[in-house]
Design a binder for this molecule. Structure first.
Ligand SMILES: Nc1ccn([C@@H]2O[C@H](COP(=O)(O)OP(=O)(O)OP(=O)(O)O)[C@@H](O)[C@H]2O)c(=O)n1
Ligand SMILES: C[C@](O)(CO)[C@H](O)COP(=O)(O)O
Length: 237
């Protein structure tokens, strides 16, 4: 099994949730979203350290939450940036300052995906340790259309389509060098793998689960409650 370090991204705004505050503080079955997510990493013995990237103005509230929920032993908090990619750079810089480098495996994860499992973290870390770059992804289930001006221009062949999730895992040097090149060329990607793709690197897919969705819009909170309920029922059986 491969050990790994984690960059956990919590420096977004959560605007699409329309909750009037960052969605990571909303509770799912009584537990804050951020705590659901962080717990998986803190409880995995293969995770050596977590760099939690946060907004400066939310740092104190996060520290208080970690204390309240008995988490934080492996976790340090650093400031994020304007875009998700900037926040990843801040996290990688902190890992570098803590002595990470070379072929060590780094997992980059959205705090907004609270339902990743320990098994998937381990499977992904193992794959990244051998290939250098791997992400969790699921097959696209819908029929996907390309549309221009309200009219369909193409039905895309979905047999080759996958929806990217996080964590996305890389050897430290692969992702650090992809970030350097992206920055030099003003390339902005919506995920981490796209930066490695941009620099010509190969990224492998580890099949994820649909439960590992990103909590983004208000109805996702209802789905999130349902996931916790179904897991609790599973444990009772
Ligand atoms: N500048 C940013 C933007 C996003 N994120 C993090 O990246 C993850 C995925 O972002 P997403 O949830 O899609 O974006 P938010 O900015 O949080 O939400 P919105 O776009 O609705 O404002 C989240 O855990 C978010 O906190 C981050 O650390 N830094
Ligand atoms: C990284 C990501 O979660 C993979 O699906 C996603 O790309 C984040 O994108 P968003 O634009 O912040 O929703």
């Amino acid at each position: 099994m491969s050990s790994y370090q984690t960059v956990l991204l919590a420096a977004g705004q959560g605007k699409r949730m329309q909750a009037g505050r960052n969605k990571q503080f909303l509770t799912i079955a009584g537990t804050p979203l951020l705590i659901h997510t962080l717990r998986v990493f803190e409880e995995d013995s293969f995770c050596q350290a977590v760099v939690l990237v946060a907004n400066d103005k939310e740092t104190e509230e996060i520290r208080a939450l970690l204390q309240e929920w008995g988490l934080g032993k492996k976790t340090s908090i650093v400031s994020g940036g304007k875009e998700r990619q900037d926040s990843v750079s801040c996290g990688l810089k902190a890992l570098l300052e803590n002595g990470a480098g070379g072929e060590e495996t780094v997992l980059i994860h959205d705090a907004a995906r609270p339902f990743v499992t320990k098994d998937k973290l381990r499977q992904l870390a193992e794959e990244a340790a051998s290939s250098g770059a791997a992400i969790l992804a699921v097959r696209v289930k819908d029929t996907v259309k390309e549309v221009t001006g309200g009219t369909i221009t193409k039905t895309v062949d979905r047999s080759r389509l996958w929806a990217a999730q996080t964590p996305q895992a890389f050897s430290f040097e692969v992702i650090a060098s992809a970030h350097r090149k992206a920055e030099e060329n003003d390339y902005l990607g919506t995920d981490d793998a796209s930066l490695v793709e941009y620099t010509g690197g190969a990224v492998t897919i580890v099949e994820g689960t649909y439960e590992n969705f990103k909590v983004t819009t208000p109805e996702d909170m209802m789905f999130a409650e349902a996931v916790v309920r179904s897991r609790q029922e599973g444990e009772r059986k």
